[in-house]
Design a protein around this ligand. Structure first.
Ligand SMILES: *Cc1c(COP(=O)(O)O)cnc(C)c1O
Length: 463
């Protein structure tokens, strides 16, 4: 399998995609051609455990980077870290509505699904190349803890995580700052999530620094994450064997999770609509409705992991919708970077509209959805999942076909919203029971790239 960049650079293999993250021309990697699974191939996966399906679906992407035995071992052990026997179980809410519970991993959010695998592949890839790396992560809360859980204690990796100070929940912060392994370095940045992302971008633009510390990324732009996330679209569809095409409702921030749904459909999985569910930060919902992708400043909501104004992975969807027009993507992304505004041509917008629906839900609607889910189904959901439920109720989805709402976090990760909406305080699972009393370690830094660079140089081992 060969990979190309959305901005034109060609001819890279999986090892480089995994370890490099962003393409050298600033674009995002995608496979030159999507692997294809026939109805017969999918039928053969029925009833198999999650890790086995994951192995089969992802195998074509790996090429020769790892042996089948190595890859199988990493997939098996990644999903053995999940506390539910089905890894990502489906919970039926009504005759045609389901929750796909993606939060049974070590840090209680869907990001574990990709990160538990990525961490293992990363360490293995580095070992093969006799290299070490400094992984830097900008996080709105969940990616950081998932990356730390996946990489703590790895001998050939330092991990530096920037979160926006005061804008992540206590549970989210503590899942990062209470991991005291010597290769884990937390920064609370005095700024927004978008500020943490721009600092990381700037650091990657500094070639000398990148090679000195072996800077690498596992953010949602890393294609290996998309690869791991497309698996649960397959397992849900295989389990439900729907009469019609399933509509997936995806609580969306950076567009990684919902783009994995596009990937699954391009690989042959019949999917109805992919519903982009956003909170009040509705840049994507507006872009898909009006064709104008323009960003203002992020606003804090009850679903902080979706508080973004620049959805990095949207570039992948634009690339595919434009018929892989690298000239247009390069020029459009440069314009967006200058003016924070991009006009989607009518042909591409039509293509996007065939695949995606989009709607937003504000905080009041989110609380109402939590309360309704509790009253109607006896289920306490987290505020991100609630945005999905609220949006599912707003849209008229084709009746009869199943609607699967991705449940992206455990309610105990964001307990305040549940308490406000239902009066119930969701409990942390037993393995995290003492989280709120563990020792924390974290540096507070100003919103300035120079200070972050100094911090990393002081902590990370040279590559
Ligand atoms: C990251 C995250 C999202 C958004 O996922 P994207 O891939 O960035 O669109 C939604 N819900 C939760 C709980 C998350 O952690």
């Amino acid at each position: 399998m060969r990979y190309l960049s959305t901005r034109g650079a060609a001819g890279t293999d999986f090892a480089e995609v995994l370890l490099g993250g962003l393409a050298p021309d600033g674009g995002l990697y995608l496979p030159e051609a999507w692997p294809e699974f026939s109805a017969k191939d999918l039928g053969a996966l029925e009833g198999r455990p999650y890790a086995e399906v994951a192995f089969e679906i992802m195998r074509p992407f790996i090429g020769g980077a790892f042996t089948e035995e190595e890859f199988r071992a990493d997939v098996q052990s990644a999903y053995a870290s999940f506390s539910h026997p089905q890894t990502v179980p489906l919970k039926q809410l009504s005759s045609n509505k389901y929750l796909l519970e993606l939060f049974h991993g070590p840090t209680l959010a869907f990001k574990d699904v990709a990160m538990q695998l990525l961490g293992r592949l990363f360490a293995r890839g580095l070992e093969k190349l006799k290299r070490r790396a400094t992984i830097i992560v900008a996080t709105s809360g969940d990616t950081g803890s998932a990356a730390i859980a996946a990489l703590k204690g790895q001998p050939n990796v330092d991990i530096v995580v920037l979160h926006p100070k005061g804008r992540v929940s206590d549970v989210q912060r503590r899942q990062m700052t209470t991991v005291l392994d010597s290769n884990v370095h937390n920064i609370a940045l005095e700024g927004s999530f978008d500020d943490t992302q721009s600092i990381v971008k700037e650091l990657f633009a500094d070639r000398a620094f990148v090679s000195h510390v072996g800077l690498a990324a596992v953010n949602s732009i890393n294609f290996a994450r998309i690869m791991a996330q497309c698996v649960y679209y397959f397992t849900a569809s295989i389990a439900l064997k729907p009469a019609g095409r399933i509509n997936f409702v995806v609580p969306t921030g950076n567009f990684g999770d919902v783009f994995a749904g596009e990937a699954a459909s391009r690989m042959g999985l019949p999917i109805g609509k992919l519903v982009v569910a956003t909170n009040a930060n509705d840049i994507l919902a507006r872009a898909l409705k009006t064709g104008i992708y323009s960003s203002g400043s992020a606003q804090a909501t009850l679903s902080p992991s979706m508080d973004i104004q620049v959805a990095s992975n949207f570039e992948r969807a634009l690339f595919e919708a434009s018929g892989r027009d690298v000239g247009w993507v390069t020029q459009a992304m440069a314009a967006f970077s200058d003016s924070r505004r991009l006009a989607i041509p009518p042909g591409s917008l039509k293509e996007l509209a065939e695949r995606y629906l989009a709607e937003s839900a504000n905080d009041d609607e989110t609380l109402e959805a939590i309360s309704r889910a509790y009253q109607d189904y006896g289920v306490v959901v987290d505020p991100h999942t609630a945005v999905g439920l609220a949006v599912a109720d707003k849209l008229e989805l084709q009746s009869g076909a199943p609607v699967v709402v991705l449940a992206t976090a455990h309610p105990a990760k964001f307990p305040d919203a549940a308490v406000r909406a239902t009066g119930i305080h969701p409990e942390l699972p037993p393995q995290l029971g003492d989280l709120l009393t563990r020792e924390e370690r974290c540096a507070v830094l100003p919103n300035a790239v120079a200070e972050v660079r100094e911090f990393v140089l002081g902590r990370a081992k040279a590559a």
